[in-house]
Design a protein around this ligand. Sequence first.
Ligand SMILES: [Zn+2]
Length: 434
Amino acid sequence: MNPADQLMQIVRQKKDRLIELTQALVKIPSVNEPPNGNEKPCQEFLRKRLQAMGAQTDLFTLDEIPGLRDDPFYNPGRDAVGRPDLVGVWKGTGGGRSLMLTGHADVVGIGNPSLWNNDPWSGALKDGFIHGRGASDMKGGLAAELIAIEAFLEWGELRGDLIFACVVDEEFGGMNGTLAVVRRGYHAEAAILAEPTGLEILPATGGGLQYRIHAQGKSAFETRKEEGECAILRMTRVVQGLDELEKARCARFRNAKYFGRYPIPAPICVIGIQGGDIQVGGVADKCWIEVWHQALPGETEAQVIGEVKSLFKKLAQNDPWLANHMPDIEPRCKWIDPCAVPERHDFTAVISGAWRQVMSREPELGGFMGATDASRLQLTANTATVNFGPTQRQIHQPNENVSVEELVITAQVMALTILGWCGLTNESMKGKER
Ligand SMILES: [Zn+2]
């Protein structure tokens, strides 16, 4: 049996441990409730696990990193007290490349509990699926990473360094945890982020901005409607305009590398709307909408905002009121940079090779719709970061779950990637047939 097959077999033999670890993680309700969170027990549990696996561990909060709050990538307004990030390091013997396996400990809330068929924190195993909040986003992925590392270390000796990083406060656009890991000094040449990707290798990641558009009108009682200017009417035109902008953007990105194959590669989603005052009646003098505006690799915040402002200018050509009362754009999150692993990077080839060995066919590479922490690693540490994990099943919804078989495959691909990227020492190659 060749080394890759041996390693795949060892991972498969650990299926029960993989199930148990995923269940144990799901049972810890590490809910993110911005600006606070409850990740500490999960991080302490993982630290013990890392120590048992022989890692050098580091558990630290943002406040222990000098200057982090002044970092241009820092996302203000989130609390870090009692919310430690966790790193484990296994040093290689040298001569190999370094790899980080990473993910986030926090999960979103359970929403309405009556919509769940089971206890959201049960981790129940049923018909090959593990159930509970965080099962696929992303405690299953974290468990797969640890089982991949465990399998590799039992089997061989590393040449390159291996780093496991589990951060807090990722959901709802947090991203400070991964920044903290980098600024704490943990850098790797490549990384796998175990977000649920449907077992697809996604070397590119969307970004974007959530913002509010405020339209201004002029109030008037309905008997003197001619004296008023309706903010809601203006906003309906903005909403129509955003829909057309989305279509134009999607046409432009139709052939974009990694994203072109999706039905709506660059969504502009109007999430909510509010306007007028029904207690008072008459012409509405205010209206706002909230928007998620997805950006693709190569786009900047200034470009995205510029496109929306051009839309306002176009609408104002036929509307003197609008021309004198341009809508405001109020950012509701920090801009999330889209990113991509550089073209023809060796890491994409290595993880693709690992995938091919496990799946016995060619992988189709894509881009992650929505944002992940990949951009923090890619842009602050120049780490080639690939999103890779199991299928999204009911993530951020009731009855979240994850496929056990997919977790095994995820761990196998990760273990073979460690082999292909970090490498095996000559000493531990002995006795392993080629
Ligand atoms: Zn996630």
